[in-house]
Each structure stands twice: as structure tokens, then as C-alpha cells.
Design a protein around this ligand. Structure first.
Ligand SMILES: Nc1ncnc2c1ncn2[C@@H]1O[C@H](COP(=O)(O)OP(=O)(O)OP(=O)(O)O)[C@@H](O)[C@H]1O
Ligand SMILES: [Mg+2]
Length: 211
């Protein structure tokens, strides 16, 4: 089933549920979303973070992202979209997977985002000596420490991913990115939130975390 067809059917089931629950999106929870999705298409798989429910399908090149108002009060999808639009203005959007709002059901917004190829976390475990060697091949220790530490909440960012980003996007791009993450407090860039689209390093969860 295509993403468009799935969304059409999903909107009907979701709308029925929300109307029965006073249009209150806090009533949505992971088991429910998963069940709704599986009833429409058994191949849809479900992921969940602290702030979003995510639906995915092996044949789609995008994922569906829905706010978890059962767990957090902020609209993290709207925040992510705002960050994306600012990144476009600064010319650093290539590192962020594009997100857009595609549908509103009973006042509840549904977003889609380009699907990554892998997250850093999906990649095979590498020992720390190998990581250090790889990083050294990609950039000098001096650049590494400076540029890496200028990223907001730097300690959580995978070093090999950062080194590859530096190599592919270049010094000026990374400087703009470093400032951007500090100004907008885009932290929490742990191994699940960054990855690759093909060989290109990307960030998939760039809303930050404020709850
Ligand atoms: N663009 C994407 N492509 C593929 N999988 C994705 C994508 N966006 C999210 N996911 C999957 O859904 C999970 C949750 O999404 P995301 O990280 O955006 O939400 P979150 O709730 O803000 O996460 P966190 O717990 O880090 O705050 C991700 O860890 C990942 O497994
Ligand atoms: Mg996340």
C-alpha cells in the first residue's frame, strides 16, 4: 500500500477514535497507534521515542511522525519543522531530513519525513581503537576537538559520524551548523537521532528535548 493510501485510511480510524475521546490527543498511546496501523497494513512497523510515534513501511521512502502528547506537552514536530525552515534559510538543510505537515485530523497534525538508510545505532559495533583510527583518518585531532566541542550537547554525538559530516559538508557549513545547534539548543543527538541517507550523514531528530 502506498503512503498516500495508508494515510487516507489511517485518518478515518484516527478521526473516529479522537472524536470518541473529545478530540484529546493525550489519549493516543503506542499500543493503540500500532494496532490501528497494523489493521490497515500488516507490513507497517512502529517505532517510538520520548516525543514521537513513528510509522514506517519497507516500501515507503518516508516515515510518518506523530506527536506523543501522552508523554510530553510540546509539539516537537512543529518545532522540528521550524528548525528545518531556519536551516533552509541558512543553507545547511542538507544535513537535516526534510519534514512536512501533510494532514490534520480533528486538530491533530500528522507529519512525514524522508526515511534514513541507517541510523548510527543500526551500525555494527566498532571497538574504540577502530573508532579513533577512523576519526584520525578523516580529520586531525585539533580540528576534531574544536569543531566537535562547538556543537551543542557535543558529548552525545558519535565521533565517526561527526568526522564524516565534517569531511562531506566542509568547515564553513559545520561552523554554521555548530552555531545553529547552540542557538536553538538542538541537543540530544544520540546514536538513534543521527545516521546516513546513502553515505550522507544526516540528523533525523533535530527538535531538541525540552520537557
Ligand atoms: N526519518 C526517519 N527515518 C527512519 N526512522 C525514523 C525516522 N524518524 C524517526 N525514526 C524512528 O523513530 C524513532 C523515534 O523518532 P524520533 O527520534 O524522531 O522521535 P523522538 O521521540 O523525538 O526520539 P527521542 O526519544 O530521541 O526524543 C527513531 O529513533 C527512529 O527509530
Ligand atoms: Mg529520537
Amino acid at each position: 500500500m502506498t503512503l498516500e493510501k495508508f494515510l487516507g485510511k489511517f485518518a478515518i480510524v484516527l478521526g473516529d477514535f479522537l472524536r470518541e475521546n473529545d478530540n484529546n490527543p493525550e489519549c493516543l498511546y503506542d499500543g493503540l497507534i500500532e494496532e490501528m496501523a497494523e489493521q490497515i497494513d500488516r507490513d507497517v512497523y512502529f517505532s517510538c521515542g520520548e516525543t514521537r510515534f513513528v510509522l514506517c513501511h519497507p516500501k515507503w521512502d518516508k516515515v510518518i511522525k506523530m506527536n506523543r502528547f501522552d508523554n510530553v506537552s510540546r509539539d516537537y514536530n512543529a518545532l522540528e519543522l521550524d528548525h528545518y525552515e531556519r536551516a533552509v534559510e541558512l543553507g545547511i538543510d542538507r544535513i537535516f531530513l526534510p519534514i512536512e505537515c501533510v494532514l490534520t485530523v480533528c486538530g491533530y497534525d500528522i507529519y512525514v519525513q524522508t526515511k534514513y538508510t541507517t541510523s548510527v545505532c543500526d551500525q555494527r559495533y566498532k571497538d574504540s581503537r577502530k573508532i579513533a583510527e577512523q576519526v584520525n583518518e578523516l580529520y586531525s585531532q585539533r580540528i576534531c576537538n574544536k569543531a566537535y566541542n562547538r556543537m551543542y550537547d557535543a558529548g552525545r554525538i558519535d565521533r565517526v559520524w561527526h568526522a564524516r559530516a565534517y569531511q562531506i559538508y566542509g568547515k564553513q557549513f559545520m561552523k554554521t551548523l555548530e552555531k545553529f545547534t547552540r542557538e536553538l539548543h538542538i541537543g540530544d543527538l544520540h546514536r538513534h537521532n543521527i545516521g546516513y541517507l546513502g553515505k550522507q550523514p544526516i540528523i533525523l531528530d533535530y527538535a531538541g528535548y525540552f520537557d
